[in-house]
Design a protein around this ligand. Structure first.
Ligand code: MLT
Length: 277
């Protein structure tokens, strides 16, 4: 199994910023996906960001095209190290890092381990707490079941659980797409990520210590990491902007990509401005 720092994760580049009309710096936005998904979940957000904003999304170890790229020991620290190494590989030394749910856990690990990389932090439908014992035990059970069956059947119910009532009731195309994405994840990667998330520590202190601009965003129909979780993040980062996205569940970036892109661009501009000072 590869060392995290030697991993080169697949990077989707949506815009390289070369079309930029103005001379001001535009920091790249790096998007980290949720579980059990891959970088495709960001396609619509990326398309809704201004054309002159460089945008990258990575497949995290074990997911999408990063299927086989899992370090031996499952941990989000290893994921963060692999993200940092992969960004360095494509010449990104400083970026606005935004993660949704599991991606948010990784973003917080990046802030802790690679603070120089993070110019702005987007925490979408996520939390900074560790798992309660019962949730941790359930992740380990799911990981074992996925491995034993060599299928992702055990996590298929998540495809609906991550969507809001509005999407479930009115947008069968989105419901289908999300179910397809879950079904396409490699079982070994799904098991690996469950174990990595089970092992994650609480990271409120890393958030509190982060001096750059912060966005905390949550879908108003998110039942996985509901508004109370976003308010807890906000309490740890009083300078954060808190955005509640209407008509979205846990997968806000897929359910309301234009509103999520707007909030991310606002965050990126705050980071641009801070970088110019
Ligand atoms: C996610 O959306 O990434 C997962 O719900 C995160 C988790 O299982 O805690």
């Amino acid at each position: 199994a590869p060392d995290p720092a030697d991993l080169v994760l697949p990077v989707r580049t949506y815009a390289d910023g070369t079309g930029r009309a103005h001379h001001h710096a535009a920091l790249p936005v790096v998007l980290l996906h949720a579980f059990p998904f891959d970088a495709r979940m960001w396609d619509e957000v990326a398309a809704a960001l201004p054309a002159d904003r460089p945008v990258l999304a990575l497949d995290l170890p074990g997911h999408g095209a990063a299927a086989g790229l899992t370090p031996a020991e499952p941990s989000l620290e290893a994921v963060a190290d692999a993200v940092a190494a992969s960004l360095s590989e494509v010449g990104v030394a400083r970026a606005v890092v935004a993660g949704l749910s599991m991606g948010g856990y990784v973003a917080l690990a990046l802030v802790e381990r690679h603070p120089g990389l993070v110019a702005g932090l987007g925490l979408l439908d996520t939390r900074a707490t560790a798992d309660p014992d019962e949730a941790r035990a359930n992740r380990l059970r799911v990981a074992a079941a996925v491995e034993a069956s060599s299928t992702v059947d055990e996590v298929r119910p998540m495809a609906r659980a991550v969507l809001g009532a509005t999407t479930l009731a009115g947008r069968p195309d989105v419901v289908d797409r999300v179910a397809t994405w879950v079904g396409e994840q490699p079982p070994a990667g799904v098991a690996w990520s469950q174990r990595a998330m089970a092992a994650r520590p609480e990271r409120g202190a890393a958030l509190a210590a982060f001096a750059g601009p912060v966005l905390v965003l949550v879908g108003d129909e998110d039942t996985v990491t509901p508004l109370a979780d976003a308010e807890r993040l906000r309490a740890a980062a009083p300078h954060a902007e808190l955005v509640v996205v209407p008509g979205a569940g846990h997968l806000s970036a897929v359910e309301q990509p234009a509103l999520v892109a707007e909030a991310l661009e606002r965050l990126a501009r705050r980071a641009d401005a801070a970088a110019e000072r």
